[in-house]
Design a protein around this ligand. Structure first.
Ligand code: F6P
Length: 324
C-alpha cells in the first residue's frame, strides 16, 4: 500500500460537541508523524468545491473546548451522485491526499465508503454525532454533551411542571435512535421515555397513563424521541383521549447540538483522533475507530453504518422501575 504522507480531514452531517477536539487530535497526531494535513471546509461540499486549506499545529490552538466545528459542516446533495464523488476525488488527487479522515454520523460514513469503493482511497471514519447510533462504539463524539444538555433542560422544565401540576412531553433529538431519550430520561428522573426501539405492540402512551403515575405525583415528564411525530403527536392524543390532564409540549431542538463539550467528549474525541492516525499508519483502511469497554477498536465502516445498534433492555427496565 502507498505510504501516507498527506491526509485530508473533514466534518460532515450534523455538528456535534467535541468535533473540534477531534479535528485538533487528528491534525496534531498527523503532524507528529511528519504528515501534511489539509483541512476540508463544509464537509463533502468543500472537497467537491475545493474549499481546502493546509493546517498547522497552530490552526487548531484554542479549539478543544469549543462546540460546533471550526471546519463547518454540510449535508451535501452533490456528494450523493457519482459525478459529485468524482469531483471530490479529483481534488484529493490535486492536493496529493493519500487518505481521508471523516468525522461524522451515519450518512457521512456511508458517503466515505462510497468514495473509498469507487476510487480506492483509504478512509478512516470517526463517530461524530449526538445520536450515538453507530454500531461498534459505546459512545459517539457529542453524545455525552448532548445528554447533559438535555438533562439540564429537563431539570428546569421539572420546576414549572411541578408548580402547575402538568404533564410535559419533551421532544428529544436522535433521528431514528432512542439513546438520548432513554438515558436522559433516567438522568433527569422522567416518568417515561417513548423511543423508536421499543416497538412492541404495547401502546407506550396508554401504558404510561394506565400506570396511574399522576395519582402519586404532581407532575409528569415524558421524554419522546423525535421520530414518528414526536412530542406533538402524543400531546394531541392525551388532549383527545385523556382530557382531564393539562398537557404541554417542549421541543428542545438544536440547542441539544450546541455548547462546550464535556470532559468525556473531549477525551473521547482526542483518543479517537490519535487512534485514526495510528490506524492509517498501521495500514488500516475503510474502518471506523470506536471505543468499547474503554479500549480503542476498529470496525469496518460497512458494519458501523448498518443502523442496528441495539438499546440495552436493562435501561428500559431501570426507568420503568424508578418511575413508579
Ligand atoms: O444527526 C444529528 C441530528 O441532530 C439528529 O438528531 C436530527 O434528527 C438531525 O441531526 C437534524 O438535522 P438538521 O440539523 O439538518 O435539521
Amino acid at each position: 500500500m502507498k505510504e501516507i504522507k498527506t491526509i485530508g480531514v473533514l466534518t460532515s452531517g450534523g455538528d456535534a460537541p467535541g468535533m473540534n477536539a477531534c479535528i485538533r487530535a487528528v491534525t496534531r497526531a498527523a503532524i507528529f508523524q511528519g504528515w501534511k494535513v489539509y483541512a476540508i471546509y463544509r464537509g463533502w461540499e468543500g472537497l467537491i468545491n475545493d474549499d481546502i486549506r493546509e493546517f498547522s499545529t497552530e490552526s487548531v490552538s484554542n479549539t478543544v473546548q469549543r462546540g460546533g466545528t471550526i471546519l463547518k459542516t454540510a449535508r451535501s446533495k452533490e456528494f450523493l451522485t457519482v459525478e459529485g464523488r468524482q469531483k471530490a476525488y479529483e481534488n484529493m488527487v490535486k492536493y496529493g491526499m493519500d487518505a481521508l479522515v471523516v468525522i461524522g454520523g451515519n450518512g457521512s460514513l456511508a458517503g466515505a465508503m462510497e468514495l473509498a469503493k469507487e476510487h480506492d482511497v483509504p478512509v478512516i471514519g470517526l463517530p461524530g454525532t449526538i445520536d450515538n447510533d453507530l454500531y461498534g462504539t459505546d459512545s459517539t463524539i457529542g453524545y455525552d454533551t448532548a445528554l447533559n444538555t438535555i438533562m439540564e433542560c429537563v431539570d428546569k422544565i421539572r420546576d414549572t411542571a411541578t408548580s402547575h401540576d402538568r404533564i410535559f412531553f419533551v421532544e428529544v433529538m436522535g433521528r431514528d435512535a432512542g439513546f438520548l431519550t432513554q438515558n436522559s430520561a433516567i438522568a433527569a428522573g422522567a416518568e417515561a421515555a417513548i423511543i423508536p426501539e421499543d416497538n412492541t405492540d404495547i401502546d407506550q402512551l396508554a401504558n404510561f397513563i394506565n400506570r396511574g403515575i399522576r395519582k402519586s405525583k404532581n407532575s409528569s415528564i415524558v421524554l419522546v424521541s423525535e421520530k414518528d411525530g414526536g412530542a406533538m403527536h402524543y400531546a394531541e392524543r392525551v388532549r383527545k383521549e385523556y382530557p382531564q390532564f393539562e398537557v404541554k409540549v417542549s421541543i428542545l431542538g438544536h440547542l441539544q447540538r450546541g455548547g462546550t463539550p464535556t470532559a468525556y467528549d473531549r477525551i473521547l474525541a482526542s483518543r479517537l483522533g490519535v487512534a485514526a492516525i495510528e490506524a492509517l499508519q498501521e495500514g488500516q483502511r475503510n474502518i471506523m475507530v470506536g471505543i468499547k469497554d474503554d479500549q480503542i477498536v476498529y470496525v469496518p465502516i460497512t458494519r458501523a453504518i448498518k443502523l442496528d445498534k441495539p438499546i440495552d433492555k436493562e435501561l428500559i427496565n431501570v426507568l420503568s422501575i424508578l418511575s413508579i
